[in-house]
Design a protein. Structure first.
Length: 381
């Protein structure tokens, strides 16, 4: 048999110690951490903290996964570095505070690197089709090993986001957008050609379906999935979500580029059937979907022909971004959002949100009992 993938069931409401034990068990089923991380290695630990949303929203990796990966790395005599670079719609520092990663790393005494603002090196991508060359953070390019800690979610552009897609997050700042300009599916595969996951541990405790990757519905799945090959792990995770891996474009391209046989995966621990659920695939409102796709095509044309190699999507994203507004017709003036806004950006007398003050944390969106806080193109249902 080929690549081993471990599936472990764990109730999503388990305490940290129980969850940590299950995470460790998943790695033991692969042969143990010592088979993967060697004494003296510098090890990047890459969670999915793409947005300013806590793990309970299913948008980001739970802190217990990061803590357990740090502890296992240290026990192997290696040196962990937790690293992440959130997507450009959010303030990096707000993401690090809301998710709790800053506080966790301080408590564990482990180095944390913001991948959006660190030194980079240019790296050739052997066999790259979308990305022939990439700008990588030096800390990632120089590390000995990488432990990938993705969240299991649907994604409105790539159907699912798991281990392979999580590595797009290592690209610094606006380079993440470049992957969209060059063709997101092939770009994901190309990134995985030069940034290899030595160990993947998927946080599938609370997964997400529907309008992923940020505002979908929470699915109480209760699984940890681990493996040493990102393509194998994503293939099994797709099947757990009830999705044929061949219907996921970046996986299909990965099978071709890596000569990967999806039938040669050995599942250990629980079976796929024991944990499988039918995930709702994301659907954007038609108008928003067409506008977003058009913006990507326009950006691709401008990048290739007019801008001298610069992507303009950050400017366009003002049109497609996450800024909330209050639908006065739906608002019952219950006061919940105004009281909870961390920066006093909501004025309920006028039913307006001050876009200068607003930090797009979307607490108001989550809390509103009447669905009166709306975000362009996104539905919470
Ligand atoms: S939480 Fe919703 S219903 Fe309540 S005041 Fe805010 S917008 Fe209106
Ligand atoms: S208005 Fe809403 S999204 Fe903006 S800062 Fe306040 S709670 Fe967060």
């Amino acid at each position: 048999m080929g690549h081993k993938v471990a599936i472990i069931k764990v109730a999503s409401h388990s305490n940290c110690q129980t969850t940590a034990n299950k995470i460790r068990r998943s790695v033991e089923l692969l042969g143990g951490i010592e088979k993967i991380v060697e004494k003296g290695d510098w090890v990047i630990i890459k969670p999915n903290l793409e947005a300013a949303r806590e793990a309970r929203t299913a948008a980001t990796t739970s802190m217990v996964f990061i803590q357990t990966a740090v502890e296992m790395t240290k026990e192997s005599g290696a040196f962990p570095i937790v690293a992440e670079g959130p997507f450009m719609n959010y303030s990096d520092e707000v993401v690090f505070q809301v998710t709790g990663v800053r506080q966790l790393c301080e408590r564990l005494g482990v180095q944390f690197v913001n991948l959006n603002s660190t030194d980079t090196v240019d790296v050739e991508v052997p066999g790259g089709k979308a990305h022939k060359k990439l700008r990588l953070p030096s800390v990632v390019s120089e590390a000995d090993k990488l432990i990938n800690l993705p969240k299991l979610k649907t994604h409105h552009l790539t159907t699912i986001t798991c281990a392979m897609k999580n590595l797009k997050g290592v690209l610094p700042g606006q380079d993440k957008q470049l992957s969209h300009v060059l063709g997101i599916h092939q770009a994901i595969v190309d990134i995985n050609k030069i940034v290899r996951s030595d160990l993947v541990i998927v946080d599938g405790l609370l997964a997400m379906d529907g309008m992923g990757p940020t505002f979908g519905r929470v699915v109480d799945l209760g699984v940890v999935v681990a493996g040493t090959n990102a393509v194998a792990v994503d293939s099994i995770c797709a099947r757990i979500m009830g999705i044929d891996p061949l219907h996921i474009r970046h996986l299909k391209l990965a099978y071709r580029d890596f000569s990967f046989d999806p039938n040669a995966i050995e599942v250990v621990g629980a079976s796929i059937e024991e944990v499988q659920r039918s995930f709702k695939i994301p659907r954007e409102r038609a108008g928003y979907h067409i506008a977003l796709r058009s913006a990507h095509l326009l950006d691709r044309y401008i990048y290739r022909n007019l801008s001298g190699g610069r992507t303009i999507f950050p400017r366009l994203s003002g049109l497609f971004g996450l800024h909330p507004r209050i639908d006065a017709g739906l608002c019952a003036s219950c006061d919940l959002c105004e009281k909870s806004c961390p920066v006093d950006a909501i004025d309920l007398t006028k039913k307006t949100i001050n876009t200068v003050k607003c930090i797009d944390c979307l607490i108001c969106f989550e809390l509103c009992p009447n669905r009166a806080v709306v975000i362009r193109g996104i539905s919470a249902d």
